[in-house]
Write a protein of this length. Sequence first.
Lengths: 124, 270
Amino acid sequence: MNHGSSRVHGTREQLTSLSATSLSCKAPSARSIGTSQAKPETVQKVSDIVREQLALSADTALTAESKFSALGADSLDPVEIVMALEEKFDISVEESDAQNITTIQETADLIEDLVQKKPAAQAS
Amino acid sequence: MLSSLIPLQLPSRMQTHLWYILPNEVNNKSLLKHYTQLLSQHEKDSISGMQSDELNKKNALLARTLVRTTLARYHTNNNDNTVVDPRALKFKKNLYGKPEVDWEVDDTTTNHPKLQFNISHTDSLIACGVTLNAPVGIDVEDKTRKMRHDVLSLAKRFYSSEEVKFLSSVEDTESQRKEFIKLWTLKEAYVKALGKGFSASPFNTFSIIRSDAETYNLCDQAGEWKFRLLELAASSHYAAICIEGEDGQEAMNVIVHKTIPFVEDELISI
């Protein structure tokens, strides 16, 4: 079995321990995906892609807490959403993370985490 | 007046019982209200708290109803062989988040088959697979589901190289799309049967290969995982089932029923 993802998990753990000491008021997140809350504009961009992928009507309310399963997503939708986000943000998501996203917030946190890790010249 | 739940014979070893509901066949308001009364408080709160439209909420209700009533039917009271109350079932999650039944060890008034189950749903079909002592995973997909991305791009991104090679060899675009979906359901079913979450087995780390028209196998497998791929509901959906067998065991046997809990079961020949 391929354990190539362990290198990235090691990086995530380091980030988590850093934020735990510097942000003492924030409870550690139960999920390992994303280590901080994403900016509202990232949440908005993710929501737009989710809305398009799930073919939601304009009056379906989407919040950061919206769960894909509650929106009628099947198991293929999260990976299609991830592919669309990879194209839009020019990032690369770990395979295991791609299938573990369940809400808009989680997805936005993951995206922002990856965008921040990109070399400074590319991030904007 | 609703009939009471009819008891069921346990699955035998290497047998999966597959039960499915078609949500668009279940619209009777008093029946749906009856279903709501079977759920735990947590399940009821979870459904009413869903930021979702009524159809999705109904499907969530039907999914929980299907799981509770189906599992209850395999589980009878010792004194009179009636089916236990579906409300009495408790659920928990394994270390990786896979739902399981939480059997109460001290209860001597009922029998305790060690059933395992897994559910899957789309907008249009909700399914529950049940086995005795064998880890099981199922996944269902609408056969006509279109992908927004090119199928080969999705495969190259997520599937193994052997699977990409196979899909690339399928010339007709529509057949390629169908084979992609079939593989998707089989891969999902395997990871769900493993029960360790997607991180433990990313899709590009294993290959499922078709050896003849109906037989799928895991390449280089440790253990004896058996697969079946079915078409359900007038061939509108693919359903993949994966169970962990024993060395030397024959192929998996599947018994399929379409059901409306408390109303009717229909045995489906496959």
